[in-house]
Design a protein around this ligand. Structure first.
Ligand SMILES: Nc1ncnc2c1ncn2[C@@H]1O[C@H](COP(=O)(O)OP(=O)(O)OP(=O)(O)O)[C@@H](O)[C@H]1O
Length: 314
């Protein structure tokens, strides 16, 4: 897959119909086009991650999904309805975690959850909502006294309060410690196992690797790379590394291999990892050469991200 031919990651053909459908979405701020023709869909039981450097347009796109802003062009459907014009139909089934929340600081954690629950038809019990995000022990603490991570977990509890079928999470784990991050990942996975569809943005590539079924990388308002994490990683060459002993012959370079370093510490890049490795091993066996420290690694999501995500590239 090449960046320029990957505008919209396809959902698995066999899955249920999408509950989030974004087609050619545009969003402008005055003369500035923040989102320039973004398309994707998300099915029940799927996590879709939007990646991109600061300012790529992720939040601007999500705000249309959340019904908080109108599209300047294109269409967005959540559960078959327009999230802004048919807000009353969509809202009960939509859980939203904004990048920054503005919760009143003088309410306690429990009061905040109770107040929010009052706006929902079938909220979780307050105790359950707090236990989910490990805030039971902080129920009587005022929101203004929470740590940044605790506040984030409270935001998440509110997003999950109404048993949403569609969950939109804008940087859900920013500011969380590693343990809390894992708690959040577990919660998201549990919801997805129960059939929720999740759209999230993140700057943590390991979060996308851990959670997302499909990933799209945005740059300057467009999706420039999309697919499963394996498909995205495969857009970049794999690496083979080994070290030769003094006096060892040089191996022949398999076709499709770019020699980054010729030796004694050899590094090759290739998009045909398996045949290149097979040829190298066959050569080493035939000549009795020991390939010290042999490594063969597919590209990482991070390498693929860094190759396409740079905002200065447009
Ligand atoms: N209210 C606004 N008025 C004008 N420009 C805006 C407004 N909000 C966002 N922008 C611009 O739109 C572009 C996309 O911003 P957006 O917040 O969607 O990016 P992002 O990918 O979510 O970034 P981050 O990772 O920093 O959250 C940026 O250049 C930003 O400066």
């Amino acid at each position: 897959m090449h960046p320029s031919v990957a505008p919209a990651p396809p959902s698995p053909a066999t899955a249920a119909p999408p509950v989030v459908e974004v087609v050619d979405l545009h969003r402008r701020y005055g003369d500035f086009a923040a989102v320039r023709g973004v398309s994707f869909d998300v099915r029940p039981g799927e996590v879709f991650a939007l990646l991109g450097v600061n300012g790529a347009g992720k939040t601007s796109a999500l705000e249309v999904l959340e019904g908080l802003a109108p599209a300047s062009g294109g269409t967005v459907r959540v559960l078959g309805a327009d999230p802004r014009r048919e807000r009353a139909a969509v809202r009960p089934h939509l859980g939203v975690l904004l990048q920054t929340s503005g919760l009143p600081g003088d309410l306690t954690v429990a009061e905040t959850v109770r107040t929010w629950a009052g706006t929902l038809t079938t909220p979780r019990p307050v105790d359950e909502a707090l236990a989910q995000v490990d805030l039971t022990g902080r129920a009587d603490v005022r929101v203004r006294s929470l740590s940044g991570g605790e506040r984030r977990r409270l935001d998440l509890a509110l997003a999950l309060l109404g048993h949403p079928r569609v969950l939109v999470l804008d940087e859900p784990t920013t500011g969380l410690d590693p343990e809390s991050r894992r708690t959040v990942w577990g919660l998201v996975r549990g919801l997805v196992d129960d059939g929720a569809a999740v759209v999230l943005t993140t700057h943590h590539l390991e979060e996308a690797e851990e959670l997302a079924d499909r990933i799209a990388v945005m740059r300057a308002g467009r999706i420039v790379l999309a697919g499963t994490r394996e498909e995205i990683a495969e857009t970049q060459p794999a690496t083979i590394r080994f070290t030769l002993a003094p006096g060892d012959p040089q191996p022949p370079v398999p076709s499709g291999v770019e020699v980054v370093s010729a030796g004694p510490r050899v590094e090759w890049h290739t998009r045909a990892l398996q045949p290149a490795l097979a040829q190298l091993l066959a050569w080493a066996a035939a000549y009795g050469v020991v390939l010290r420290g042999l490594q063969a690694r597919a590209a990482s999501l991070e390498q693929a991200f860094l190759a396409v995500a740079d905002v200065d590239a447009e």
